[in-house]
Design a protein around this ligand. Sequence first.
Ligand code: HPA
Length: 253
Amino acid sequence: MLGIIGGTGLTQLANLEITRRQVARTPWGEPSGALTFGHICDQEVVFLARHGYGHTIPPHEVNYRANLWALKDHGVDRVVSVATVGGIHPELLPGMLVIPDQIIDYTHGRGATYFLQSDKPVTHIDFTYPYCEAMRAALLQAAVSNGVSLRDGGVYGAVQGPRLETAAEINRMERDGADMVGMTGMPEAYLARELGLCYATVGAVVNYAAGRGLSADGIQMDEIQAVVGEVMLQVRHLLEQLVTDDAAGLCAI
Ligand code: HPA
């Protein structure tokens, strides 16, 4: 089953016909909220709002371990995560969608592994290519079918938040090779890998990163809000198409 993790601007899916909500408990504590099960075009999917349904959990306090665990425990094998990002690469403009293919992790102090038991052998998991290529390909195909425009590839720089970056930090990230900056990409992607979930991210660019473009003099939160609404409409179309492609045309959009 497909799991969708929604971020800022996507605390629910308008086209999800909800069948049940399930409070999930995990060995890692409570997920951000109840799992919302439903159908899009006759396909069962489960949705989870990363920041809680009232958007009250900041990025550094999200229980990523519980979220991914709960999804897997309830039958999810593939995950699309939706995350807002700031654009660092000059081609990543507010309002665009991007499917990143690499990650640089600048986060710290987050529960970032399931391998804690000291009586087990140390486990290292390959993370050379952090996203599941099959899920990336499915998203790119859905975009083609639906006419949603998005950029294929880019390096996601995951920062700690909740503060935004300084201009110098963004310059450094660019020198590192980061194309976009967001606060939730890690450890989510890595935990999905530890659990064997096929995971990819849809990045929704909602602002120029600090010191760039229209953010040259600072990031205006009210401008972000306006873009979030617009770009999440595109995300909804994309997810609808993804599920429809999966269902081999069970419903018409
Ligand atoms: N920085 C970090 N996270 C973000 C940004 C940003 O500019 N925009 C959206 N999420």
